[in-house]
Design a binder for this molecule. Structure first.
Ligand code: F6P
Length: 364
């Protein structure tokens, strides 16, 4: 069956580059004579059209996607609580019940005459895309996340922007840390993967880099700080991933709106260091700043390449796949394969070896 109309959705946490994908998908689809629509806020626009002033499904055409590639966020909106297979539906008494709304989703595709879906998102969205595909919808996934933790692609867009921002932040902290002889701890996002902390830490010349893949020993960090103090560099910068943890300990979580989110390890480390070293210690949590702003040129390019590759995959009859960067090209792999594993930092990777060769303390 020839494709006549496709839908695009963005799900999960936003990442710089989402709008680039939306633009590339729209332009490549339009070029093929296909109609293109966007689903608002993950799948919510299709599940609850009455909750949206514009009906939840919006036309995407060259005019509606003009001038958006360089902007952060997503023009469609997003949610990380909209899994149609396990949707929080409110009972009359206000309690929430996980409900499978996939019938409603399929009905939405049928009534809107949508032949295929481009699902842009992280591991959660790819898992949903996989289930949607099993219901007979033609799906192509486009991987996004600042965390870079998706398997099946060398890189996700959003990551480079996050690393650039974190590197800039670490650079700024150097001067204030040096002026006050302080230890500055920079906590960055990344969930259970240390990519952002590692790459920004390395690029920003942090003295200590702590990632979830290498549980740290406090004594090693203290040793490094004292060594620097003795060498008249009486300040140190620590880049720490939100998912990092001490040897024998656990990752730190904070409850936000009923959901347990990683966070707080930077301040935990600061408290653990205070009194054990001569320096004052301060913590900076970069948090959602890493997800904001304009995508770097690398992320813009990747997002445009991914979007165009997703449409080419559909046009070539490759369904239920995820596009991914496999330099020098963009390929696609089955969604099931792509969603199997999380991509963490390999302990023998060149980046870690480089850090060790430079004398950076990795906490071990
Ligand atoms: O996956 C992207 C990410 O920014 C993680 O790095 C972070 O742990 C999480 O999302 C934060 O989620 P939320 O936006 O719900 O606070």
């Amino acid at each position: 069956m020839k494709i006549k109309k496709i839908a695009v959705t963005t799900g999960g946490g936003d990442a710089p580059g989402l709008n680039g994908v939306i633009r590339a998908v729209t332009l490549a689809a339009t070029k093929r004579g296909w109609e293109c629509v966007g689903i608002r806020e993950g799948f919510d626009g299709m599940l609850h059209p009455d909750q949206f002033e514009d009906g939840g499904i919006v036309p995407l055409n060259p005019a509606t996607v003009r001038g958006i590639s360089h902007t952060g966020g997503t023009i469609l909106g997003t949610t990380n609580r909209g899994n149609p297979f396990s949707y929080d539906v409110q009972n009359p008494d206000g309690t929430l019940q996980k409900t499978n709304l996939s019938d409603r989703l399929i009905e939405g595709f049928k009534s809107n005459n949508i032949d295929a879906l481009v699902a842009i998102g992280g591991d959660g969205t790819m898992a949903i895309a996989c289930e949607v595909a099993q219901l007979g919808i033609k799906v192509v996934g486009v991987p996004k996340t600042i965390d870079n933790d998706l398997d099946g692609t060398i890189a996700t867009f959003g990551f480079d922007t996050a690393v650039s921002f974190a590197t800039e932040a670490i650079g700024r902290l150097h001067t204030t840390a040096a002026s006050h002889n302080r230890v500055m701890i920079v906590e960055v996002m990344g969930r259970n993967a240390g990519w952002i902390a590692l790459e920004a830490g390395l690029a920003g010349s942090a003295d200590v880099i702590l990632i979830p893949e290498i549980p740290f020993e406090l004594s090693k960090i203290i040793e490094k700080i004292e060594l620097r103090n003795q060498n008249r560099k009486k300040f140190s910068i620590i880049s720490i991933a939100e998912g990092a943890m001490p040897v024998g300990g656990e990752a730190s979580y904070k409850e936000v709106e009923g959901v347990k989110n990683l966070g707080g390890i930077g301040e935990w480390l600061a408290q653990s260091l205070r009194g054990k070293i001569n320096n004052q210690v301060r913590t900076v949590v970069l948090g959602h700043l890493l997800r904001g702003g304009s995508p770097t040129s690398r992320d813009r390019l990747l997002s445009l390449r991914f979007g165009a590759a997703a449409v080419r995959a559909l046009d070539d009859g490759h369904f239920n796949v995820m596009v991914g960067l496999d330099p020098p090209t963009v390929r696609h792999i089955p969604l099931e394969v792509a969603t199997k594993n999380m991509k963490t930092v390999p302990l023998d990777c060149d980046m870690l070896m480089t850090a060790r060769d430079l004398g950076t303390c990795l906490g071990d």
